[in-house]
Design a protein around this ligand. Structure first.
Ligand SMILES: *Cc1c(COP(=O)(O)O)cnc(C)c1O
Length: 370
C-alpha cells in the first residue's frame, strides 16, 4: 500500500478519466461540448478540469457564477464561457468586459446588458434562456420570440445562443422531457422562420446527452458524466466512462480501548469489549457528513465510522483489520484492494445524490492531479 504522508486528507483526480469521458461523448455524438465546471468543477477543481476538458476537445466552459468565470479568465483561459444562471446587475459590466456570455430571460436584463456593452464599446454575448418546464429561470416560450427579436435587433448585443434545461431527463419515464423537447423544438422552428436562430442552440445536460440524440442541437452541456458519475440510478453511464475522483486520508492513531469506553463527542458510541479504534484526520469541515452513517476502506475492507464525526477527525472500528497500522491509507471515495466505495454509495447513505457528495468536498482539501 502506498504511503502518502503529505496531507491529512486529500482528493486525487485522474484528469485522463475526465478526458476519456469527453472523448466517449464526442465519438458517440459528434457535438460540441460545454464542460460544466461550476462549484469548483463539481469538487474536482474548476481550472484543472477546464484545461483538461479543452485539451480533450471541449469548446466551451459553463459556470454558475461570475466568480467562477473570472477564475478561468484570470488563469488565462480564452475559451467561450457561458454563465448559465442569473448575473447580479452589479456584475454585468465586469462579465461583459471579460467576454463572458450571459444568460438572459427578461427585457430588463437585456436592457442592462446592452447598456453596459454600449458603455464598454463591445457587444454583450447573450444566450436566451427559455423555461420549457423546469420552472426555475427562463422566459415562457410564448414570449420568447419577442425578446429574441429585441436581442437580434440591438447593435450592442450579439444574440449568440438559445437554450433550455430539462427537469427530468435522468428518469426512465420520458413524458416530461418529451414535452419540454417538443416545446423547445417548436420554438426553434418559429425562430428559424423569423430568421432569429442564433448560432448556438443547446438543451442537453449529461442525462439527455446520453439518452436523447434528438435533443442534442449544437452543444452538449456536460457536467456529471464528464466526471464519470452516473446522472441518476435510473440513468446510468454506458460502459467505458470512468470516475475521476478519489477521496483519501490516513490512519493517524490506533489504540485498543477497554469495554465501556466512550468514543468521540457525546459518547454516542461506547465499546462493548476490548475494541481497536482508529483515528482518521478527516471531518465535517472537509465535507464528510456529520449526521449520517459513514464507512471508509482500511486495508481493502469496509470499516464503520463510530461516534460523532468531528470537525477535523473521525474514529473507526478496526477489529476486522488487525493488520491496520498508523500511516496506512484510508479511502472515503474510491477503490482499495478489491473494494470500492463509489460517490453513489456515499450519496445513498447520506440520502442525497452523487452531485452533492462531490460538490461538498470543501476547499481546504488539497486536490492532487494524476
Ligand atoms: C449544472 C447544469 C448542467 C449540467 O448538468 P449535469 O446533469 O451535471 O450534466 C447543464 N445545464 C445547466 C443549465 C446546469 O445548470
Amino acid at each position: 500500500m502506498s504511503k502518502n504522508t503529505s496531507f491529512s486528507t486529500w482528493v486525487e483526480i485522474a484528469l485522463d478519466a475526465i478526458q476519456g469521458n469527453i472523448h466517449l461523448v464526442r465519438q458517440q455524438t459528434g457535438k460540441q461540448i460545454m464542460a460544466i465546471v461550476k462549484a469548483n468543477g463539481y469538487g474536482h477543481g474548476a481550472l484543472a478540469v477546464a484545461q483538461a476538458a479543452l485539451e480533450a476537445g471541449a469548446t466551451w466552459c459553463g459556470v454558475a457564477r461570475l466568480e467562477e468565470a473570472l477564475e478561468l479568465r484570470q488563469a488565462g483561459l480564452e475559451c467561450p464561457i457561458l454563465l448559465l444562471s442569473w448575473t447580479p446587475p452589479e456584475q454585468i459590466r465586469i462579465a461583459i468586459s471579460h467576454r463572458i456570455s450571459l444568460a438572459v430571460w427578461t427585457y430588463e436584463q437585456a436592457e442592462w446588458m446592452a447598456t453596459e456593452a454600449k458603455r464598454l464599446e463591445v457587444q454583450a454575448r447573450l444566450h436566451l434562456k427559455v423555461d420549457t418546464g423546469m420552472g426555475r429561470v427562463g422566459i415562457q416560450q410564448e414570449s420568447a420570440a419577442g425578446l429574441a427579436r429585441r436581442l437580434h435587433d440591438d447593435p450592442d448585443v450579439f444574440f449568440e445562443g438559445l437554450f433550455t434545461h430539462f427537469a427530468r431527463a435522468d428518469e426512465i419515464d420520458t413524458t416530461t422531457t418529451e414535452r419540454q423537447e417538443m416545446l423547445f423544438s417548436q420554438l426553434l422552428t418559429e425562430f428559424e422562420s423569423l430568421s432569429l436562430r442564433p448560432p448556438f442552440v443547446h438543451a442537453s445536460n449529461s442525462a439527455a446527452s446520453i439518452t436523447r440524440p434528438s435533443a442534442h442541437y449544437d452543444i452538449l452541456r456536460l457536467g456529471i458524466a464528464m466526471y464519470g458519475l452516473h446522472p441518476s440510478d435510473e440513468c446510468l453511464l454506458p460502459p467505458g466512462f470512468r470516475p475521476a475522483l478519489a477521496w483519501k486520508s490516513i490512519l493517524s492513531h490506533i489504540k485498543v480501548l477497554p469495554p465501556g469506553s466512550g468514543v468521540s463527542y457525546g459518547h454516542e458510541y461506547v465499546t462493548r469489549k476490548h475494541e481497536r479504534i482508529g483515528t482518521i484526520p478527516v471531518g465535517y469541515a472537509d465535507g464528510l457528513r456529520r449526521n449520517a452513517e459513514n464507512h471508509v476502506l482500511v486495508g481493502g475492507k469496509l470499516a464503520l465510522v463510530v461516534g460523532r464525526v468531528c470537525m477535523d477527525q473521525i474514529l473507526v472500528q478496526l477489529d476486522q483489520m488487525p493488520d491496520a497500522r498508523v500511516l496506512d491509507e484510508v479511502v472515503i471515495i474510491g477503490a482499495q484492494g478489491n473494494q470500492r466505495i463509489r460517490a453513489e454509495d456515499v450519496a445513498r447513505r447520506w440520502r442525497t445524490n452523487n452531485y452533492e457528495v462531490v460538490c461538498g468536498i470543501s476547499a481546504r482539501v488539497p486536490r492532487i492531479y494524476t
